[in-house]
Ligand binder design. Structure first.
Ligand SMILES: [Zn+2]
Length: 230
């Protein structure tokens, strides 16, 4: 495929991400996501359709074609490999890497990204718990359930966290809410918009709903105690 411009790649990535929760992406949702006007989205979406990357009909939303999806997954693969490389090889912390990867994902070649993958032993997840698409463009489905949606008494672990907001990541790190952290929801305080979690080592932490929205969780089986090794 000919090299796609940075903004084309950003559009494909945004459409792919919105596809996770809806089969047809509206131009309004895209405009909000990318922080641009609805008119410029419509113009770009027409261009993407001409390039064979999306299917688009007015009022029916946007759907990625096979080649649009492959191109999106390649950018996402670059992004996540770069984030992992920055933390593992260059000593960046997890709240510093997203902004760097947003820039570098467009600049690196496919072979550069593959060298990173080789160096890191073909990793499957990035520092935020997001799966890294395979070279062939396959990626497992992820949990869309956030910590604010679960009732008290549930044994869970963190699957992944949203990576866009550095301040959010710093606050999550201070609470030790990293991917694979196991915990039980002890109490939900609707009025104050907070919940109390008991971590695997018995430490209790308080998490505001605003922060909990950034944490995607998966359920743990009852049989495994939170302190047992993985
Ligand atoms: Zn990122």
């Amino acid at each position: 495929m000919t090299r796609l411009s940075e903004s084309v790649q950003d559009y494909l990535k945004a459409i792919f991400e919105l596809h996770q929760t809806t089969p047809r992406v509206t131009t309004n949702a895209l405009a909000t996501r990318l922080g641009v006007s609805a008119a410029s989205v419509t113009g770009m979406v027409r261009r993407l359709a001409e390039l064979g990357l999306v299917e688009y009909a007015p009022y029916q939303g946007v759907v990625l074609t096979g080649s649009g999806r492959r191109a999106a997954l390649e950018v996402i693969r670059h992004h996540r490999l770069i984030e992992l490389y920055l933390t593992q090889a260059l000593g960046y912390s997890w709240d510093e890497v997203h902004a760097e990867a947003e820039r570098l994902e467009h600049a690196v070649s496919r072979s550069f990204a593959e060298r990173i993958a080789q160096l890191l032993g073909d990793p499957k997840v990035d520092p935020h718990g997001d799966p890294i698409p395979s070279r062939e463009g396959e990626m497992p489905r992820v949990s869309q359930r956030t910590l604010v949606e679960v009732p008290s008494g549930t044994a869970l672990s963190v699957q992944r966290v949203r990576d866009e907001d550095a301040e959010v990541l710093r606050r999550l790190a201070a609470l030790r809410l990293f991917p694979n952290t196991r915990f039980v929801v002890k109490a939900v305080d609707q009025e104050r918009g907070k919940r109390v979690l008991c971590l695997g080592d018995g430490v209790e932490i308080e998490v505001e709903d605003k922060l909990a929205q950034h944490v995607f969780v998966q359920e743990e089986t009852i049989a495994s105690s939170p302190s047992s090794p993985r």
